[in-house]
Design a protein around this ligand. Structure first.
Ligand code: PLP
Length: 368
């Protein structure tokens, strides 16, 4: 981008009341302000601004409502014991956003500028980062196509928006293994489709399997869309299996979303000298390993839960129990280390943490 753009700031007159720690859920409450930026073919990305959080006014013919040209991201801001605010590898989220943009024919954003805008927004909303153990401020950057036009083509207008939501602890009583159903009818996506992009359509396509899954099933295990044999993801998380001392995760193949947590898990395992393999992994291999007593652990990995141990794989009336339904040693160690780094409780040997400076409302008023 040419010249660095100035982020205009329009503060709300009085803030909303902040929720009590025990009322926090996921994604229902939003902070006082949001970041917005527009794209038009003639001006490119322009008019970056932080404004009061409020409903948008969008033409009913806006392309996003009809053909779903949109992308999103998900990350968190954490409060440290010293009352600082920090982010976990946010550069990777904006990089991935551009990867998704490319697949959805959305013009790329300036990643460094997006991070700067995010830090400014978080700095301003710092008091919204909840304090209680395990809570955080969820960050949702997203882009929607807004050109009022019913033709099927890439839009010429977009909005890039960042909203923030204080969220409760994912695990209220410690990390908790869940039951997973192997999905054999529906697929999430397919190689050549949009699986490696973070776009709403993938989620819309995933709802049916979850709806049909029986009670007590937390998520479904997605198999590949071609052979229906190879393991891809679990719910909206990447998945790992510990088989005979080695940790195996499906290789990125064009239909798997590359998680920031996945990448961090792989780096940590290598750092600890735990053998880790990224390769094709069939359901059959997992079932055989279980039969031979070699399936030691299974867990999902993603920003929301960080690590989500799998207690059972269910397929029809077959139940395959893993590690006696308990959280495995590696899953626990990964969870403790990742959350320890994220919350600033243990040292970060990888330079994953990005500190956020406070932004005083008075300074913004003076400069805007
Ligand atoms: C977001 C997402 C993940 C996890 O990515 P993280 O960056 O670790 O949060 C995994 N799978 C799918 C399908 C996703 O949308």
């Amino acid at each position: 981008m040419e010249e660095e753009q100035v982020i205009r700031t329009d503060l709300c007159s009085s803030g909303k009341e902040k929720p009590q720690a025990d009322q926090l859920e996921f994604g229902r409450i939003f902070t006082d302000h949001m970041f917005l930026m527009d794209f038009t073919d003639d001006k490119g990305w322009h008019d970056p601004r932080i404004v009061p959080y409020e409903p948008l006014s969008i033409d009913p013919s806006a392309m996003v409502f009809h053909y779903g040209q949109s992308v999103f991201e998900g990350m968190k801001a954490y409060r440290t014991p010293d009352e600082d605010a920090q982010l976990f590898r946010p550069q990777r989220n904006f990089k991935r956003m551009n990867h998704s943009n490319s697949r959805l024919c959305i013009p790329p954003i300036d990643e460094a500028f997006a991070l700067k805008a995010l830090k400014q927004l978080i700095g301003l909303e710092k008091d919204w980062i909840p304090e209680a153990e395990g809570t955080s401020l969820y960050i949702r950057p997203f882009i929607i196509s807004t050109e009022p036009y019913l033709g099927v083509s890439p839009s010429s207008h977009y909005k890039f928006i960042i909203i923030l939501s204080p969220v409760g602890a994912y695990y209220k009583e410690g990390i908790n293994p869940v039951k997973i159903a192997v999905e054999h009818e529906y697929v999430r996506t397919v190689k050549g489709g949009t699986g490696e992009a973070k776009t709403g359509g993938n989620y819309a396509a995933s709802l049916k399997a979850q709806e049909l899954a029986e009670d007590g099933i937390a998520q479904v295990l997605w198999l590949d869309g071609v052979d229906r044999k190879y393991i891809e993801e679990v719910g909206s998380m990447n998945v790992f299996f510990k088989i005979d001392g080695k940790v195996v995760t499906p290789a990125l193949n064009g239909s798997i979303l590359e998680g920031v947590t996945r990448n961090s898990v792989i780096q940590l395992l290598k750092y600890w000298n735990v053998p880790v393999e990224e390769r094709r992994l069939s359901l059959e291999e997992v079932v055989t390993a279980h039969k031979d007593g070699k399936l030691e652990e299974a867990f999902g990995a993603g920003t929301a839960a960080v690590i989500s141990p799998i207690s059972q794989l269910v397929r029809g009336d077959k139940h395959l129990e893993i590690n006696q339904g308990k959280t495995g040693t590696i899953a626990k160690r990964l969870y403790d280390t990742l959350t320890g780094i994220q919350y600033g409780k243990i040292q970060d040997p990888f330079d994953w943490i990005e500190k956020v400076e406070d932004v005083q409302q008075e300074t913004l008023k003076a400069s805007s």
